[in-house]
Design a protein around this ligand. Structure first.
Ligand code: FES
Ligand SMILES: [Fe+2]
Length: 447
């Protein structure tokens, strides 16, 4: 549990809040490139960390991300004219370039130098991996771009999507990071009929067998290891044959999660606050050789009754929400009794049903945490400690340019006798070396 003061510290991200200032020290997804306008095209609204912004692409192709309200008297520049390398306010014609400089002030006398004194808020942008990233912190603390692999991999090995959820970013991220709920929320009764395919033995199980393991041992033991990027942790389960199965997930500052998958995972889920009550859940997928899925065998969802898959993704990378609080997430009570634990067919909506139904910002002074919540507790502590450090003038963690963000991986495996789960997913892991043998991979100490 958190007292209300710490709950506020953890969750609030507006300008001037300690957590908001921490988040502003990282390059952050602002919108998908597919949403970004064409040169001289229509501006688009962007809400990010509680700020109202407008993105526009100028005549030369530069992407500006600027404050929505004109610094003259506040009209929305979303309605502005995007013309001749700048965005012109529709009210009195003041015009701003992508850096926020006022380049024309036609409502003042030609002799006026007032325009040189006026600036529009503007944030730098960087397009990478289908995402427009921005940095909203102080210039003197701007870190090098944090490359999750999108700078180096070919476009066909990179994909980005985003999905809206109507709750606070920490709440959404807690749901993603929590390993124990896979044994409950995402359960379905047909798992008991899946035949044993012989992969309940040390090594990598099939996805079909993973379902059985999650169902067999529904109270995983959690072990956590702090890392340079945050922490990684496992949920340890005993399999029906008595083996030790681990799901290893990672938390990376400030809102990244890499969730367990067979044999290892590199997909980052980024829980980016639009504001305190709304979150964009970005997903960045990177694969060196497009072959990771082959090792896990069949699609995780192929056997299940659940709806899920890339077919759900809109053409522009924005995943539509068909199931929301308004339609009770499509819950079917008959199926809840006889087929699925949640009663909800769409996998991701199972998660939304529980995290959004807590309310926009859950009052964590009311919660009662158990041993299966250890990773959630660690994540909160790390974030609050980092926010306090930044507020005290110290640097934000894990922003240095020489850090290898691509070495942040998840894993899922049945351990060999004596095998240390902490080696899974590192650059030393033979499975990683097999599938990510890129020449630019440099092991990071303690990764
Ligand atoms: S309010 Fe924008 S130019 Fe006057
Ligand atoms: Fe989930």
């Amino acid at each position: 549990m958190l007292n209300q003061e710490n709950n506020e510290l953890l969750t609030r991200v507006g300008p001037g809040t300690p957590m908001g200032e921490l988040l502003r020290r990282y390059w952050t997804p602002a919108l998908l490139v597919s949403e970004a306008p064409t040169p001289d095209g229509d501006p688009v609204r962007v809400r990010l960390l509680g700020e109202d912004l407008v993105a526009f692409r100028d005549t030369s192709g530069r992407l500006g991300l600027v404050g929505e309200n004109c610094p003259h008297r506040g009209a929305s520049l979303y309605f502005g004219r995007n013309e001749e390398c700048g965005l012109r306010c529709p009210y009195h014609g003041w015009k701003f370039d992508a850096d926020g400089a006022c380049v024309d002030m036609p409502s003042e006398p030609p002799s006026s130098v007032f325009k040189d004194k006026v600036r529009l808020k503007a944030y730098p942008t960087h397009e990478s991996g289908g995402i427009v990233w921005t940095y909203m912190g102080p210039d003197e603390h701007r870190p090098p771009f944090r490359d999750l692999g999108t700078e180096t991999l070919a476009p066909e090995h990179v994909a980005a999507t985003k999905l809206h959820t109507t709750c606070n970013w920490v709440q959404a991220m807690e749901g993603n990071l929590d390993t124990s709920h896979i044994s409950w929320l995402h359960q379905w009764d047909g798992i008991d009929q899946i035949p044993d395919d012989g992969s309940d033995k040390p090594g990598y199980p099939t996805n079909a067998m993973s379902w059985k393991f999650w169902r067999h041992d529904r109270a995983p033991r959690l072990e956590i290891e702090d890392t340079w990027y945050g922490f990684k942790y496992v949920g340890v389960r005993e399999t029906p044959a008595g083996n030790t199965h681990v799901r290893m997930s990672a938390f990376a500052y400030p809102y990244n999660t890499v969730i367990a998958t067979v044999p290892f995972g590199t997909q980052h889920g980024l829980f980016v606050p639009a504001d305190d009550h709304n979150t964009w859940r970005y997903s960045v997928t990177t694969r060196d050789h497009g072959s990771i899925a082959e090792v896990g065998g069949e699609n995780l969802f192929a056997l299940s009754p659940f709806e899920f898959g890339p077919s759900e993704v809109g053409r522009n990378g924005i995943i539509p929400r068909r199931y929301t609080a308004e339609n009770d997430y499509g819950i079917n009570r008959e199926e809840q009794r006889h087929l699925t634990f949640s009663g909800v067919r769409e996998f991701i909506s199972q998660d939304f049903m529980v995290t959004e139904s807590m309310g926009p910002i859950y009052d964590r002074s009311q919660e009662r945490l158990g041993t299966s919540d250890k990773a959630i507790i660690r994540m909160r502590r790390l974030l609050m400690a980092a926010a306090k450090k930044v507020a005290a003038g110290e640097p934000a963690p894990a922003v240095d340019g020489d850090l290898d963000y691509r070495s942040i991986r998840s894993a899922e495996k049945i351990l060999e006798p004596g095998e240390d789960w902490r080696e899974l997913g590192t650059d030393r892991d033979p499975m990683v070396q097999l599938y990510e043998p890129g020449p630019d991979r440099t092991p990071v100490a303690g990764s």
